[in-house]
Design a protein. Structure first.
Length: 388
C-alpha cells in the first residue's frame, strides 16, 4: 500500500463561522482583493457584512465581481487590477467560479506572467514555482469543493476549451465553510452544484488512482449527499441538509485532488467550453451513462475491483447491486430536473468532436476502464435528452 495525502488548507466549518473572517484575514494581510460571485450575495447584504467584518479589523477590501465562469482573459484582467491595487491577500466569496477566479489570481500575483503561461492543454503548462498569495475561500454553494482543491478551471475562449491551472501551491490558506450562506441558492443551482459534488465523490472512489484515505472520506460523504440533496432542493431553508451538502462538497474537493476524476468530468470540459451548460449539469447529464459504460467494460474484462467499487457506490446510494447505482443516479437526475445536453444546443453532429476532445483530458486518464471512441459517443447520444 502506498499513497500521498496532504491538506494544507485550514478548514473552519459550521453555521455562523463567517463571523470569524475579519480576525482570520487580519493575520494574513492588510489589503484584500475580494472576488465575489452572483448578485444575490449583494442583494442579501452578505457582501456588505463581509466588508464590515474586514473593516473592523482595518483590512481594506478591493471589490471585484466575477461575472460568470472564469476565462483566461478575465483572470488576467483581475490579476492586473489586484497588482495595481497592491493587494497582499485574496478572498473568494461565492460558488466555484468566484473561488476559481480568486485562486488563479492569488497564484498569478505571486508567480507573475499570465494564465496561459501555466494552464494545461491550451497553455504553455509551465510549473507554478512559488506559493500563491494567501487565499481565503468562502464557498456559498454545496457543490464544487473548490475551497479544498489545488486547481482553477478556466475557459480558453479561442479554442472553446476548459482547462486547469494546477499546482499544490494553489491550495487555500483557509476555508471558511458556513452552511448558512447556501440557503439563498436557488433550486436549479442547488441541483447543479450538488450533482457536481456527487460526481466528484463517485469518480475518485472508482478511479484508477483510488487510495484508502480517500475511499473512506468519499464513500461516507456520498451517503450524506444522496440523502441531503433532494431535501436541499425541495426545502432551501433546511439547514441540516445544507450543512450535509456543504460537507460533501468540501470532501469531494479533497477526493478529486488526491484520486482524480473520470469520464464524466472529461466530458464536462469540452461541453462547457462549447455550449452554455453549467458544469454540474454537464456532469450529471452524462454520469449515469458513464457509469453504465464503465460497468459494461469492467464486467466484460473481469475488472473485479472496479465492479466491487461500483457495488459500494450503489450501496451508498441505497441499492444493492452495482447497476443499482446507475439507476439511483438516473432517478436523482429525474428528481432534480436535469436537462439533456440537447437542451443547451448540442446535436448529434457534435458528438464525435466532443468525444474526441474528452479523450485528451487529464480526467480521462483516471477513468477506471478504457472507453473507446464509439463508447464515448454512445454516452453522449444517450445524454442528449433528459431522462424524465
Amino acid at each position: 500500500m502506498q499513497f500521498d495525502f496532504a491538506l494544507p488548507t485550514a478548514v473552519v466549518f459550521g453555521p455562523g463561522v463567517l463571523g470569524q473572517l475579519g480576525e482570520r484575514a487580519q493575520a494574513l494581510g492588510q489589503r484584500a482583493f475580494l472576488v465575489t460571485g452572483g448578485g444575490s450575495l449583494e442583494r442579501l447584504g452578505v457582501v456588505a457584512y463581509l466588508e464590515s467584518l474586514l473593516g473592523e479589523r482595518k483590512v481594506t477590501a478591493v471589490r471585484f465581481p466575477a461575472a460568470g465562469e472564469p476565462d483566461t482573459d478575465s483572470v488576467d484582467r483581475a490579476t492586473e487590477r489586484a497588482r495595481r491595487e497592491g493587494c497582499d491577500l485574496v478572498i473568494g466569496l461565492g460558488g466555484g467560479s468566484a473561488l476559481d477566479t480568486a485562486k488563479a489570481v492569488s497564484c498569478l500575483l505571486a508567480n507573475g506572467g499570465e494564465s496561459l503561461d501555466y494552464i494545461e492543454v491550451v497553455g504553455r503548462g509551465q510549473p507554478v514555482a512559488k506559493p500563491s498569495l494567501p487565499f481565503i475561500a468562502v464557498p456559498t454553494t454545496g457543490g464544487t469543493g473548490s475551497e479544498t482543491t489545488r486547481n482553477a478551471v478556466l475557459t480558453h475562449r479561442a479554442t472553446r476549451t476548459k482547462a486547469s491551472l494546477r499546482s499544490p501551491h494553489m491550495m487555500a490558506r483557509l476555508a471558511l465553510v458556513d452552511p448558512e450562506l447556501s440557503k439563498s441558492v436557488p433550486p436549479a443551482v442547488t441541483a447543479a452544484t450538488g450533482l457536481d459534488a456527487i460526481t466528484q465523490l463517485i469518480e475518485p472512489y472508482t478511479s484508477r488512482r483510488a487510495q484508502p484515505m480517500i475511499d473512506a472520506l468519499a464513500l461516507g460523504a456520498l451517503v450524506h449527499a444522496a440523502r441531503a440533496l433532494p431535501r436541499a432542493f425541495e426545502s432551501p431553508d433546511d439547514l441540516a441538509a445544507r450543512s450535509q451538502m456543504m460537507y460533501a462538497s468540501m470532501i469531494s474537493g479533497i477526493a478529486l485532488a488526491h484520486a482524480g476524476l473520470g469520464a464524466a468530468h472529461a466530458f464536462s470540459g469540452p461541453l462547457g467550453g462549447s455550449f452554455p451548460i453549467p458544469h454540474g449539469f454537464a456532469c450529471a447529464a452524462v454520469l449515469p451513462h458513464v457509469m453504465e459504460a464503465n460497468l459494461r467494460v469492467a464486467m466484460a474484462t473481469g475488472a473485479d475491483d472496479t465492479i466491487r467499487r461500483y457495488t459500494d457506490v450503489a450501496r451508498a446510494l441505497g441499492g444493492k447491486e452495482p447497476r443499482d447505482g446507475v439507476d439511483r443516479v438516473r432517478l436523482l437526475c429525474r428528481q432534480l430536473n436535469v436537462p439533456g445536453l440537447g437542451d443547451f444546443g448540442m446535436g448529434r453532429s457534435d458528438v464525435g468532436d466532443i468525444a474526441a476532445r474528452a479523450r485528451l483530458t487529464s480526467s480521462m486518464k483516471a477513468n477506471p476502464v478504457d472507453l473507446s471512441q464509439s463508447a464515448l459517443e454512445e454516452v453522449l447520444l444517450n445524454a442528449l435528452h433528459a431522462s424524465h
